[in-house]
Design a protein around this ligand. Sequence first.
Ligand code: ZN
Length: 75
Amino acid sequence: MSAPSILAYLKFPARSESVGSFPTLRCDHCRKELGHYVHRYWRMRFCSSACMTAYQQRLAETTKTKIRRLDLMVN
Ligand SMILES: [Zn+2]
């Protein structure tokens, strides 16, 4: 009677680093390891609302620059 080890492995593929149902995630702005309180924006995750805001501002700046360029091309 040997245990079906492969089946057990398939059942728990991320066994070594399972922290609840989450693998180790990092903040998409400051790369800090995320705790249990995660701020989400689109597919990104942030450790705090400050990081999320900073990321959104950076994104807005990039978008603004792109729109400005498009405006220049159109006019
Ligand atoms: Zn952060």
